[in-house]
Design a protein around this ligand. Structure first.
Ligand SMILES: CC(=O)CC(=O)SCCNC(=O)CCNC(=O)[C@H](O)C(C)(C)COP(=O)(O)OP(=O)(O)OC[C@H]1O[C@@H](n2cnc3c(N)ncnc32)[C@H](O)[C@@H]1OP(=O)(O)O
Ligand SMILES: NC(=O)C1=CN([C@@H]2O[C@H](COP(=O)(O)OP(=O)(O)OC[C@H]3O[C@@H](n4cnc5c(N)ncnc54)[C@H](O)[C@@H]3O)[C@@H](O)[C@H]2O)C=CC1
Length: 255
């Protein structure tokens, strides 16, 4: 079912987005791979073949995302699947009493701007192009998959900004499913646990080991291909809509 699908994958140059672009391309889908101009998206797109096109995008920019959606239309004629993987994290306490310093407001705003505003920006502009599709026999015109995090539910010390930004993605999932239902566009959110990507590699080794040991089963970091597998399952199952799915080996993060 993935063959001939036209997709847009944000954050496609690295980690979960890259694995998703790879899986889609391998099965014959076309991919608009959107990532920051500073990323290696251009090289990744070349590696993945002719049907993968890199577009430099900051997901929080209306102009950039409009250009990415337009690329899907110009190069491939339509848009069937959008996967929001672009994201950023920070780890700072709300108030550090040892240093007598408050969490910088700009850091909080930056994380919300990319993870929440950026995700919504991509959703709203993708929906416009998907709405022009001819519906399938079930009335479906398109599918959107977002990426939250288990931190939306059990954020740790230092995760106020990140957790808030991801909880907002969880929160927007049902109302957007309702908004887009008239056009037959489905939307689901994946809340990953701990995946072996460059983002997680930024955590101190001690924290990573501690976190991995706290996963009930399987007691290891997730492989990005396992995230991509769920994206495909969501695309292929017509009844999945308005839901957030934890993909975490039953992890519940400690404070
Ligand atoms: C990416 C996802 O979507 C999935 C996830 O959410 S993965 C979970 C991500 N979790 C985080 O990012 C945790 C964020 N928090 C932190 O990094 C830190 O708590 C903080 C930097 C915000 C503050 O740390 P702090 O209280 O000032 O203490 P700090 O001096 O840094 O650390 C004290 C000790 O506790 C450890 N520690 C801190 N946070 C820890 C945690 N969450 N788990 C285990 N150990 C931790 C430190 O490694 C350190 O150990 P040592 O003294 O032996 O070096
Ligand atoms: N790795 C993990 O364990 C988990 C990751 N997540 C989420 O999954 C998503 C993907 O994360 P990873 O692949 O791990 O991280 P990553 O850091 O490997 O990849 C993120 C990609 O997003 C891009 N990006 C960042 N800001 C952007 C912006 N403003 N516009 C366009 N692209 C931007 C980066 O350039 C990068 O290529 C993120 O939303 C992250 O919060 C959630 C839970 C766990």
């Amino acid at each position: 079912m993935i063959k001939n699908v036209v997709s847009l994958v944000t954050g496609g140059a690295s980690g979960l987005g890259r694995a998703t672009a790879e899986r889609l391309a391998r099965q014959g889908a076309s991919v608009v791979l959107a990532d920051l101009p500073s990323s290696n998206g251009s090289e990744v797109a070349k590696e993945l073949g002719d049907k993968v096109v890199f577009v430099p995008v900051d997901v929080s920019s209306e102009q950039d995302v409009t250009a990415a959606v337009q690329t899907a239309k110009d190069k491939f004629g339509r848009l069937d699947l959008t996967v929001n993987c672009a994201g950023t994290a920070t780890a700072v306490k709300t108030y550090n009493f040892n240093k007598n310093v408050a969490h910088r407001l700009e850091d909080f705003q930056r994380v919300i701007n990319v993870n929440t505003v950026g995700t919504f920006n991509v959703i709203r502009l993708s929906a416009g192009l998907m709405g022009a599709n001819t519906p399938n026999q079930d009335g479906q015109r398109g599918v959107i998959v977002n990426t939250a995090s288990v931190a939306a539910f059990d954020g740790q010390i230092g995760q106020a900004a990140y957790s808030a930004s991801k909880a907002a993605v969880v929160g927007m999932t049902l109302p957007i499913a309702r908004d887009l239902s008239t056009q037959g566009i489905r939307i689901c959110t994946i809340a990953p646990g701990l995946f072996n990507t460059p983002m997680l590699a930024a955590l101190p080794e001690k924290v990573r080991t501690f976190l991995a040991k706290s996963i009930p089963f399987p007691q290891r970091l997730g492989d990005p291909s396992e995230y991509a597998q769920l994206v495909q399952a969501i695309y292929e199952n017509p009844l999945l809509n308005g839901e957030t799915i934890r993909l975490d080996g039953a992890l519940r993060m400690m404070p």
